[in-house]
Design a protein around this ligand. Structure first.
Ligand code: DQA
Length: 149
């Protein structure tokens, strides 16, 4: 029997992140989501992690994607966008997925509006990276790698 590798990371982006290149560059930089995903895939590769990517603007689809991860992913890297701050539905689905998860935000959410300071997902995540732009995704992958390999 061969040893099972636990290196499959599901990278999930939520609402409005498909419009990344159109959002305020002061907070989000200038990359498109596709370009960001390519960078993340490259970083993951160098760390020996396999990635799959998902984005939706529909909360129910995001929830159902989390439901379907059983047996398909070993960890989750997620940036749910504004849902981070209020979606108890995504929180419950993340709990159900029962996988090590890292929350990432491109912008410095603790330094922005009051309503962005709260994350309803934070306590389910093994780590949270904010305000480091695309480099934050690398840090998040490294943290997941420590957990998985
Ligand atoms: C974000 C921060 C959220 O507050 C915001 O609603 C987003 C993006 C980030 O990556 O900085 O859509 O998650």
């Amino acid at each position: 029997m061969t040893a099972q590798t636990h290196n499959r990371v599901e990278v999930m982006h939520g609402v409005n992140l498909d419009q990344l290149e159109r959002r305020d560059p002061a907070h989000y930089g200038r990359l498109s989501l596709r370009e960001l995903e390519l960078q993340v895939a490259d970083h993951a590769d160098t760390l020996g992690l396999k990635t799959r990517f998902f984005q939706s603007n529909h909360e129910g689809e995001f929830v159902e994607h989390l439901h379907r991860l059983e047996g398909l992913a070993d960890g989750v890297l997620l940036n749910p966008g504004a849902w981070t701050h209020y979606s108890y539905a995504i929180r419950d689905a993340l709990e159900l997925a029962a996988l090590p998860a890292v929350e990432v935000h491109l912008s410095d959410i603790p330094g922005r509006e009051e309503w962005r300071r709260k994350s309803v997902l934070e306590e389910l995540c093994i780590a949270r990276v904010t305000g480091k732009g695309p480099a934050g995704y690398r840090e998040a992958l490294e943290r997941l790698r420590q957990e998985l390999l």
